[in-house]
Design a protein around this ligand. Structure first.
Ligand code: PAF
Length: 290
């Protein structure tokens, strides 16, 4: 079983001890409700040479807007620890909100340009919450590597930028999105979906697949690629926040034509559930549509 700690000092002590014993510390930050996607991040940390894997579990209020799902976000610590045990995780850090953000907390880390669009435009303050909490996790664990899922593509790029800009001594790894056999991206929020809603959610998968197939066949017209995703998603979902085709590094909108790599990213609502997904055309293996 992993050691489970709730205080930053315990993380500092455990990671210092691991390093003194010659281990490389790898960090997998999560909000819990662990699924196969998270377990793949843990495996990736180990595959990249982390002998001492730390999983953090913290539903971070700073990254939720006032009307978002902070209160109902699943909290399943015992099951999460059991899954970490199966994957040989060494340490689980599960602080409470008061430990992470004590009264009087007033320091934040902000990445500017990259966070202006897509998720940043629809979730004001979200990335400020993410970058602040991840900085705190890096501070205590001092990992040599940290693994994030590319389903949250903009988050991954933002954290990479932050680590580079602030000379953080950590290598960030973006792990490809893990999908269900029918292509739906794994997400802790999928458990909010009833069976009929889940079936409707597959419109994202069909859209991404259609865009990837068109791209592979030579299509570079940004409007055409965007429409291939937007049309099925608009039909199946109740509300679309965005469907965007952008440069995969700057996240700036592609012009009339894309280059030979382009990010297509989507965020949309079914009932009270908001889903995001993406595909880097020209790079990612597109989702399989059964
Ligand atoms: O991707 C997540 O689960 C969260 O945004 C993270 C990185 C753990 C920060 O709270």
């Amino acid at each position: 079983m992993p050691v489970v700690v709730h205080e930053p000092a315990a993380v500092v002590e455990a990671c210092d001890r691991a390093r003194s014993a010659g281990e490389r510390v790898g960090l997998v930050p999560t909000m819990g409700a662990l699924h196969e996607g998270h377990l793949a991040l843990i495996d990736e940390a180990r595959r990249r040479g982390a002998g001492y894997v730390v999983v953090t579990i913290f539903v971070n209020p700073l990254q939720f807007g006032p009307t978002e799902d902070f209160d109902r976000y699943p909290r399943t610590l015992d099951a999460d620890v059991a899954r970490c045990a199966e994957r040989g995780v060494s340490l689980v850090y599960a602080p409470d909100v008061r430990t992470m953000h004590p009264a009087g907390f007033q320091t934040h880390v902000v990445v500017e340009g990259l966070t202006a669009r897509l998720e940043g435009a629809h979730r004001p303050g979200h990335f400020r919450g993410v970058t602040t909490v991840v900085t705190k996790l890096f501070q205590v664990a001092q990992p040599c590597l940290a693994v994030f899922g590319r389903k949250d593509y903009q988050q991954w790029k933002t954290l990479e930028r932050m680590a580079r800009d602030l000379d953080m001594r950590v290598t960030l790894i973006g792990h490809p999105t893990v999908r269900e056999p029918d292509g739906l991206a794994l997400s802790s929020r999928n458990r909010y979906l009833g069976p009929a809603e889940r079936a409707r959610a597959l419109a994202i998968v069909r859209g991404l697949r259609a865009a990837a197939d068109a791209f592979a066949a030579g299509e570079r017209d940004t409007r055409v690629l965007e429409a291939l995703v937007r049309t099925p998603v608009t039909e199946a979902f109740d509300r679309v926040d965005y469907v965007a085709v952008t440069d995969p590094e700057t996240l700036e909108p592609s012009g009339e034509r894309t280059g030979n790599r382009a990010l297509v990213a989507v965020a949309a609502h079914i009932g009270t559930t908001r889903l995001i997904d993406n595909c880097v055309l020209g790079e990612d293996t597109p989702p399989t549509v059964p």
